[in-house]
Design a protein around this ligand. Structure first.
Ligand SMILES: Nc1ncnc2c1ncn2[C@@H]1O[C@H](COP(=O)(O)OP(=O)(O)OP(=O)(O)O)[C@@H](O)[C@H]1O
Length: 409
């Protein structure tokens, strides 16, 4: 169809009926033509899958060209070459642009950011800060940080961490997990996070699974190689996980600590002094004594203990349903009472989780029981604890209230 000057350029986005020399009843359709503004607006609805912010804000749209036939060519910058999200980004861009009126075809070309562009992006993601700093330790931080500790290994600390994280994310909170159990990292598998983190300059994009962002040393070691690191290296790794990972605005960050009272617990206290300690123990008295020792490190580091979780608290007999106290009873309360005495602040038992085969299976398969079987005894106990921790008020201490004192005249 051709257009007279009178009708204007063919960038009109509506169909009209108007007068025509051949008679008023002749109905003409003006070809719908996409505008660059409309295409860019559509692109602003496309989030980068890892950073979770619009690609337009991240400087990822290199160019937009619209042909006379309505075919749109978009060139998108990837943050790194071989970005694992390239297909997702292409698909999202194609879908968003195809929805713009007048677009007849979409062609997406991928380019890669220069070092300079990556630096700018990393600085922008740090909120303009070029220096590395731990965002959760800043006075205005609204993220609640829980360091999950235990005395002995194998008491279910990682299982508890992963399930609490998944339950809070299912409740709509933005949740991250740092697998700080450097020697026994198991969180990614338990959460089903098998992706590798992408790096933009020295900023790391954490993979996410079941709505939870997660970072682990296991994502940086080849295969199942053991990590043989000493204190200062562990400290640097933890600092990187906290300062160099792009977490975005989290409601809750959970740190899965190694068992015992080692270097990492002290590093956590230095790097995130506002982290609150969550102690996991079994009902066994011997385990409780060690757990109490691990918890009481909080006295030296001046950290708060948010509570105790008793895991493996009995097992329902598969034949009669009666609870069998495989690991004895009372360990959780013993730890809570002991820590209350040591710290002088009330330390509650937040809940007791029974032994449940589904919890173990969920961990092996990367499907947390709180999601697959939320009403199972273990699932509902974990969800109740998550509700207590996730529902707590964010701290306001040290926050600017945005009040400007009035001048006195
Ligand atoms: N309540 C439970 N019911 C059944 N199995 C459980 C329960 N809690 C944990 N497990 C299983 O016990 C094993 C140890 O759990 P997990 O790895 O979470 O412990 P951990 O304290 O983090 O150990 P470590 O610190 O040594 O890594 C896992 O196989 C896990 O699936």
């Amino acid at each position: 169809m051709s257009y007279s000057r009178q009708n204007g350029p063919p960038d009109v986005t509506q169909t009209t009926a108007e007068g025509h020399p051949e008679g008023p009843r002749d109905r003409r359709t003006i070809v719908l033509m996409a505008t660059e503004d409309a295409v860019r607006e559509a692109l602003s609805t496309v989030n980068d899958p890892e950073i979770n912010r619009p690609i337009t804000e991240l400087g990822m749209v290199k160019s937009v060209e619209i042909g006379a036939d309505g075919a749109v060519a978009v060139t998108v910058y990837l943050t790194v070459s071989g970005c694992p999200m390239r297909d997702t980004i292409t698909q999202r861009v194609t879908e968003a642009v195809s929805r713009v009126e007048g677009v007849t075809a979409v062609d997406v070309t991928l380019d890669v950011m220069s070092d300079e562009q990556r630096k700018e992006l990393a600085t922008a993601l740090r909120g303009g800060q070029t220096e590395r700093e731990v965002p959760f330790a800043k006075p205005g931080s609204l993220t609640r940080v829980y360091a999950v500790a235990s005395g002995k290994g194998g008491v279910g600390k990682s299982s508890v961490t992963v399930n609490l994280a998944a339950a809070m994310a299912a409740d709509g909170l933005k949740v991250g997990v740092v697998d700080a159990d450097i020697y026994g990292h198991s969180v990614p598998r338990m959460l089903g996070a098998d992706g590798r983190p992408t790096q933009v300059e020295n900023m790391i994009m954490p993979p996410s699974a079941n709505g939870v962002k997660v970072i682990s040393i296991g994502m940086f070691t080849p295969g199942n190689a053991p990590v043989v690191w000493r204190g200062p290296m562990l400290h640097r790794a933890l600092q990187q996980f906290l300062a160099d990972v792009y977490w975005g605005d989290l409601d809750v960050l959970l740190l899965d600590l190694p068992p015992g009272t080692g270097d990492i617990a002290i590093s956590v206290a230095q790097l995130v002094p506002n982290a609150e300690i969550l102690v996991v123990t079994t009902p066994q008295q011997a385990a409780a004594e060690v757990a109490e020792r691990a918890g009481s490190i909080a006295v030296q580091t001046h950290q708060k203990i948010v509570g105790v979780v008793e895991n493996m608290s009995g097992m329902p007999c598969p034949h009669c349903g009666e609870m069998v106290d495989v690991f004895g009873t009372g360990g959780g309360q013993t730890v809570a009472d002991g820590l209350t005495r040591t710290t002088g602040a009330t330390v509650p038992v937040l809940g007791a989780i029974p032994i449940d085969v589904r919890l173990r299976e969920g961990g092996d398969e990367g499907k947390p029981v709180v999601l697959t079987d939320p009403d199972s005894p273990a699932g509902s106990a974990l969800r109740a604890i998550a509700g207590k921790l996730g529902g707590r008020q964010r701290g306001l201490s040290g926050l600017s209230l945005g009040i400007t004192p009035r001048n006195k005249f």
